[in-house]
Design a protein around this ligand. Structure first.
Ligand code: SF4
Ligand code: SF4
Length: 329
């Protein structure tokens, strides 16, 4: 395996910054977020994970889809300029895995063009979580603190530098010029996380859709939508038009199935008018509908952002455990 010293890594990153936009975890008003950097000194090397997942760099919170402008009565159509080549450095394996899940949804037919254009310009360099702890549960759901799914390069911090593992051809190409050295040493193994079984959850869900359990479980939800906005695998969006004089811009922005009016349809009928119905949608989409569509893959990576940030302590791990034990029907 190859290893790179911290000094050489800094030189490589500085060299990348001349050719790419480099995004990395930085400390912003007490929270870690992914931001463009102009020096390796800005990187929060010891961060745990970003509050907002790096999905926002590929699927932005708000983005322009196109602008239509009338010039002398003739409509002119303009597509937005999609950002330059970007390297995202330091994302955690759970978030890279989540991006692979977004890819399955956005890049399959019909391809989502803005996502596809942005995604093609991005290279993902992940960092192993060297000290993961609960409530993270990636290992219970098919991931690992040193997993490589979705990544182009995985780096693992050791005593003498970072172990470097190229995962894709894109990752190998990115490492050209990096001062790598071969080593017989092996990367440190992350400490084990508590593991619980999620096997069979998908199969159980159709039979318990009408269980009274769901209402009891989400009674305290206040529909704040934090769980969905911070979830790295959530990708609901809304499309709106903004008029400014003779110009109309079509925008897409994140939306949430936890919003009271998210599912309201023409005529005013709302098939998910209750908190219970909405939270069930959050859970069922991840653990039943997505797996049904994408080869059994559960669209939850165990990052536990929803557990950490829910203001009323609704805990998805608890639901998984209750389901395993069996719910009343
Ligand atoms: S743990 Fe919660 S926030 Fe993280 S992927 Fe699963 S549902 Fe989303
Ligand atoms: S974060 Fe908690 S309170 Fe907010 S919408 Fe999600 S489940 Fe409900």
């Amino acid at each position: 395996m190859d290893i790179i010293s911290k000094e050489s890594l800094n030189r490589w990153l500085t060299d990348l910054m001349a050719r790419y936009q480099v995004m990395a975890p930085v400390l912003v008003e007490g929270d870690h977020l992914f931001r463009p950097i102009s020096s390796p000194d800005e990187i929060a090397w010891d961060y745990y994970n970003a509050v907002v997942p790096p999905k926002e760099l590929i699927f932005p919170l708000t983005e322009s889809l196109f602008t239509l402008e009338y010039q002398n009565g003739v409509p002119q159509f303009q597509e937005p300029v999609i950002d330059r080549d970007t390297v995202i450095v330091g994302l955690r394996p759970c978030d890279a895995r989540a991006i692979a899940m977004l890819d399955a949804s956005f890049l399959n037919d019909p391809v989502d063009t803005p996502y596809a254009r942005r995604r093609a310009l991005v290279t993902l360099v992940g960092w192993t979580c060297v000290s993961p702890e609960a409530p993270c549960f990636c290992t219970s759901i098919g991931g690992a603190p040193n997993g490589t799914e979705g990544l182009d390069v995985l780096m693992t911090e050791g005593i003498d530098g970072f172990f470097v593992r190229p995962v894709t051809e894109k990752g190998k190409a990115l490492l050209t010029g990096a001062e790598l050295k071969q080593t017989d040493a092996t990367p440190p193994e992350p400490p084990p996380l508590p593991v619980f079984s999620t096997e069979g959850i998908t199969e159980k869900l159709p039979d318990v859709f009408l269980s009274p359990y769901w209402q009891e479980q989400v009674e305290s939800c206040i529909s704040c939508k934090i769980c969905t906005f911070l979830c790295p695998t959530c990708y609901c969006f809304d499309v709106r038009d903004r008029r400014d004089g003779e110009s109309i811009e079509r925008l897409r922005c994140w939306d949430s199935c936890q919003g009271a009016h998210f599912s309201r349809i023409a005529g005013g009928y709302n098939p998910r008018a209750t908190k219970t119905a909405r939270w069930k949608q959050f859970f069922y989409h991840k653990y039943l509908y997505y797996p049904e569509r994408f080869g059994g893959v559960i669209a939850c990576v165990g990052c536990a952002r929803c557990v950490r940030k829910c203001p009323v302590n609704i805990d998805i791990r608890e639901v998984i455990r209750d389901l395993k034990e069996g719910l009343p029907v």
